[in-house]
Design a protein. Structure first.
Length: 703
């Protein structure tokens, strides 16, 4: 049939310049679409009042399907605009990128594509992995992992470590196979390959002097070194481990002098672990005592030979045979009696038998064939550690292998650092220290524990990583050095008849003393009272210590240290009892007597004033006079005592000798004024020292 003539274009179409619509041919496919409608018809901004558009053909039947009816207006004759693909893509390119993505996200032009990241089939996880790291490793959201954990009955935060069994089960639920990897210990990471035999050379022996209290151990070492160490120790008893190097017959011998009192059991045990030989000092006039037996047990546990030095042979009642008979019962049979133990009779006071003792030590060292490789990275043992105000944390390290040099990176315990300076046993600065040589190491970030292993690493990064790993493991295992205090730790009177805790805060000048006091106090428990060490540390007593003691109703024990001015004021305000000692067994006796209810009223000091030394003047016949500035309180001359404190450590305690303002003797000087202070029988005053002037009052004792 002939085609009908196309309708004439409307006025609107002619004015817009739109081409006339074309009629689809009979052979056109059903999917063919008409071109886009004129601008005036498809845009919302088209002008109103324009004539209606000419009807358009509707080959797909969209007109009837999409027709909208509104009341009062009929649009049956208005064509529905249809769009071809080209027009749609032109509009799509004109869209902003983020809207284009939203639009195309819901448009599928082909088979569904996999856009998610493929799940891991197997992963290796380290023990102690946090929840956040676990989620990242298995490709899951942290929230989903925590939700699964809650379903399993485990409540963890993002930064808490996951148990190994929970991590394995959870990963399997996500379709991931997990292999738990145990991280190699830091000691294995630091281990070096086997050393060739040719690299080892003879090294000096390390000798530990052991024995009962006041049997003459330090005096014997003092006689060997020809120095006066004993006079500097409070009460004539060694308080710290001392490490010294002695030259004998052209060869070096390293001596460790362990404290003799039974409270230092742990320190002496550490000395036996690092030693090659033990010299057991027994007084010829006293015989075998409890600590003598204890020292034998430590030496045997360390599997080291023992040389017995029978001391005080100059005494009239000295009896070496009695000592030998007593030690034979302990298995130390003398060579002269057919045994293997070397006995040497000496007198530290008369300096007799010392050459024979040194000769026996060198002979025993040759038998042991002590050797070490000085070319490898150094490692050693911390003998002692303390806080020095001028140099920071300082550790006495006994080098066991390799050569320790200034500039070496190291790790010790949970601390890392780089050696900034080395000092020998005489206080002289040295550049390096070989095997079996003790040195003081400066450059630590904190005070390590006595007995910690000191290891040099190839670079500082490795040392830092190992230290951080150890610290993280310590936190994970809940091994924080300070235990939390609760109301259960409050001290109750013995008269209540119930078992309670006596809280004690310990501060000492060195780490070994703090540990020894804590160990001894823990063993002082009775049926009524159990002592409990809340905190033990090194350095002066601080405000934090007083606050901790006040919160737990505890007492504070200072060993060779004094409280800071603010700490002392806070303690007085809070009613915290601070007790200072320079002899360990005096502190233990006081605590024991208090727990047994036997502590009588005692003398208690009252600080009158404090002064800071600005300058020191040497006055003929009068000695050193400290030009000082009174910081607080009042310096009173009559009947007062004075304590010289240097870097938080008491260096002298005696009587106040003189007090002057300019050239006049005065009775007292108030705070804010300068004065000259003289200390009786003490001239080693230095600028920067702190002087505490105090008096003794009789007060009722409380503990």
């Amino acid at each position: 049939a002939p085609h009908e003539p196309a309708p004439a274009p409307s006025a609107t179409e002619r004015s817009a310049g739109a081409p006339p619509p074309r009629q689809p041919s009979p052979s056109a496919p059903p999917s063919a679409l008409a071109p886009p409608p004129p601008e005036s018809e498809r845009r919302p901004g088209a002008k109103k009042g324009a004539g209606p558009a000419a009807p358009q053909p509707d080959p797909l039947g969209l007109k009837d399907k999409n027709k909208k009816r509104r009341v009062g207006r009929g649009r049956e004759d208005e064509p529905v605009p249809t769009r071809d693909d080209a027009a749609r893509w032109r509009d799509l390119r004109a869209m902003p990128m983020h809207r284009r993505e939203e639009k195309t996200r819901h448009v599928s032009t082909g088979p569904t594509a996999e856009v998610t990241k493929p799940r891991l089939k197997a992963v290796k996880l380290e023990e102690g992995l946090t929840v956040k790291d676990f989620a990242e490793a298995v490709g899951q959201k942290p929230a989903d992992v925590m939700r699964k954990l809650m379903d399993m009955g485990t409540m963890l935060t993002l930064n808490q470590p996951m148990p190994a069994d929970a991590a394995t089960l959870l990963a399997e639920s996500f379709g991931v196979k997990v292999e738990m990897v145990t991280e190699r210990p830091a000691e294995e990471l630091l281990a070096e390959p086997a050393e060739p035999e040719g690299g080892q050379v003879p090294r000096p022996p390390v000798v530990t002097i052991m024995g009962h209290v006041d049997h003459g151990k330090t005096s014997l070492l003092d006689a060997i070194r020809e120095t006066r160490v004993t006079e500097g120790e409070a009460g004539g008893i060694t308080q710290h481990i001392g490490a010294y190097v002695v030259q004998a017959r052209g060869k070096a011998i390293t001596f460790l002098d362990t404290p003799g009192h039974e409270a230092f059991t742990a320190m002496r045990a550490r000395g036996a672990k690092v030693t090659d030989l033990v010299v057991l000092v027994v007084a010829a006039d006293d015989g075998v005592m409890p600590q003598t037996v204890e020292a034998i047990d430590h030496a045997r546990a360390a599997n080291v030979p023992i040389i017995v030095a029978v001391n005080k042979m100059d005494k009239p009642d000295a009896n070496a045979d009695r000592v030998k008979n007593s030690l034979v019962e302990r298995g130390l049979v003398p060579e002269s009696w057919g045994g293997e133990t070397i006995y040497v009779e000496v007198s530290a006071k008369k300096k007799t038998g010392l050459d024979q003792l040194l000769e026996m030590i060198l002979l025993q060292a040759e038998v042991l064939e002590l050797r070490a490789n000085p070319a490898r990275l150094a490692k050693g043992i911390v003998v002692e550690a303390r806080i020095d105000r001028g140099r920071g944390p300082v550790a006495t390290v006994l080098v066991q292998a390799g050569t320790l040099r200034v500039g070496d990176a190291f790790v010790v315990g949970t601390f890392s650092g780089r050696v900034r300076a080395l000092f020998d046993d005489g206080g002289r600065s040295v550049k390096e220290a070989g095997p079996a040589i003790p040195v003081e190491v400066v450059g630590l970030l904190g005070a390590p524990m006595a007995g910690d292993e000191f290891v040099v690493t190839r670079d500082e990064r490795i040392a830092r990583e190992i230290a951080e790993s150890r610290l993280e493991k310590q936190r994970t295992a809940g091994m924080a050095p300070v235990r939390k205090v609760t109301l259960d730790d409050l001290f109750a009177q013995v008269a209540e008849g119930t078992v309670k805790d006596l809280g004690i805060v310990i501060r000492a000048d060195v780490q070994g003393s703090a540990e020894a006091i804590a160990d001894a106090i823990e063993r002082l428990g009775t049926e009524a009272v159990k002592p409990h060490v809340i905190l033990k540390g090194v350095g002066a007593i601080t405000e934090n210590d007083v606050q901790l003691a006040a919160a737990s109703n505890a007492i504070i024990i200072g060993f060779n240290v004094r409280p800071e001015a603010k700490a002392a004021a806070l303690a007085e305000h809070e009613g915290v009892d601070i007790r200072s000692y320079s002899i360990i067994y005096e502190a233990l006796n006081d605590i024991r007597a208090a727990m047994e209810g036997l502590l009588a009223p005692t003398l208690k000091e009252r600080v009158l004033g404090r002064a800071e030394v600005r300058q020191v003047f040497m006055i003929p016949k009068a000695g050193a006079v400290a030009g000082s500035y009174v910081t607080d309180g009042t310096i009173v001359r009559a009947g007062s005592s004075v304590r010289v404190v240097r870097d938080g450590v008491v260096v002298y305690d005696g009587k106040l000798g003189s007090l002057r303002r300019f050239k006049d003797d005065v009775k007292e000087v108030a705070a804010g004024y300068e004065c000259g202070i003289g200390v009786e029988n003490f001239n080693d005053i230095k600028p920067g020292d702190r002087l505490e002037v105090y008096t003794i009052d009789k007060v009722a004792t409380k503990l």
